[in-house]
Write a protein that binds this ligand. Structure first.
Ligand code: AMP
Ligand code: ZN
Ligand code: FE
Ligand code: FE
Length: 288
């Protein structure tokens, strides 16, 4: 059973200004209410700093907030994102690991900016001004500073040029492996779901043996309904979901005005959210 009647669409992947979304957690919740959502998961990159504000903002609105995070992991050369729901935000391993990732991201962004500054007029201070204090820094904040300078018209245009991973300025950042990620999420009472596992570009669908290993460690689902998954990739992912009894989620990956993705452009079935809530023991959905 769901904690209470969730009647509207369910969107399990969104970002606020705590990471690289353009709206505060309160503004994001207001947008979700305005869009008529039944439930929204706040899944900022490597941070739970927005949970309290989002849950407070949802109080009395009828919207259920699912506390979550999008954990960065590295799988060889590929950056693999792992959605995590309903884990204990005070778990020491999660706290230590996410602090290390955020610190690595900060220094990596600084190095990227240093390299870009050799060719463009841009300073680290201008990039920092695009992020909130203590927030998770990423390329989107560099993009926003480049937009302010007028070098690119939009964040997306920056990602297609200067900030592209093959654009000449790209650098990776520290992150645990997907297996370590799944293990730490599960140990903290959380529910791990592989985010957009079949995007084009830097990596293809993660190979079956690796998925099987993650399943053994407690991987719970695959985010198949996501705009960045390729058509071929989705077919393959559905086969894997069936074979390994994984739930299938769908979500927007909303970043406010930072990306074209609109709230609830993809959604998750109520039965799937019910299973996620039943499995998550580290924290609770709002309103329960
Ligand atoms: P980073 O994590 O620093 O390598 O930056 C990649 C992140 O930028 C991904 O999580 C994307 O979701 C995010 N992002 C935000 N806005 C955009 C955009 N307009 N185009 C591409 N990626 C974006
Ligand atoms: Zn993002
Ligand atoms: Fe992602
Ligand atoms: Fe995301």
């Amino acid at each position: 059973m769901l904690p209470r009647a969730i009647t509207g669409p369910i969107d399990l992947h969104t970002h606020s200004s705590v990471s690289d979304g353009t709206e505060t957690p309160t503004e994001l919740v207001d947008a979700a209410v305005a869009a008529g959502l039944g439930a929204v998961a706040l899944t900022d990159h490597d941070s739970t700093a927005g949970w309290r504000e989002a849950i407070a903002a949802a109080s009395g609105t009828g919207l259920t907030v699912i506390p979550g995070m999008e954990l960065s992991t590295n799988y060889g050369p590929a950056s693999v994102h792992m959605l995590a729901y309903l884990f204990d935000p005070t778990d020491v391993r999660i706290l230590a690991e996410t602090a290390q990732i955020r610190d690595g991201r900060l220094h990596r962004a600084e190095r990227i900016v240093e390299r870009i500054a050799a060719d463009y007029d841009i300073t680290w201070e201008e990039v920092l001004a695009q992020s909130v204090d203590g927030g998770t820094i990423g390329r989107p904040h560099i993009a926003d500073a480049l937009v302010v300078r007028g070098y690119v018209p939009t964040r997306s245009a920056a990602f297609e040029s200067i900030l592209h991973w093959q654009g000449g300025y790209y650098e990776k950042y520290y992150a645990p492996s997907p297996l370590e990620g799944v293990r730490m999420i599960v140990a903290a009472g959380g529910v791990p779901v592989l985010a957009h596992p079949a995007t084009h570009g830097r990596y293809r669908v993660i190979e079956e043996a690796a998925v099987a290993e993650l399943v053994d460690a407690g991987l719970f689902g695959l985010e198949i309904h996501h705009r960045d998954n390729t058509a071929d990739g989705r077919v393959r992912l559905f086969e894997l979901a069936t074979k390994y009894n994984l739930v299938v989620t769908g979500s927007s990956d909303y970043h406010g005005e930072g990306k074209l993705n609109r709230l609830a452009e993809n959604t998750t079935a109520p039965e799937v959210l019910e299973r996620i809530i039943a499995a998550g023991t580290g924290s609770a959905p709002s309103g329960t």
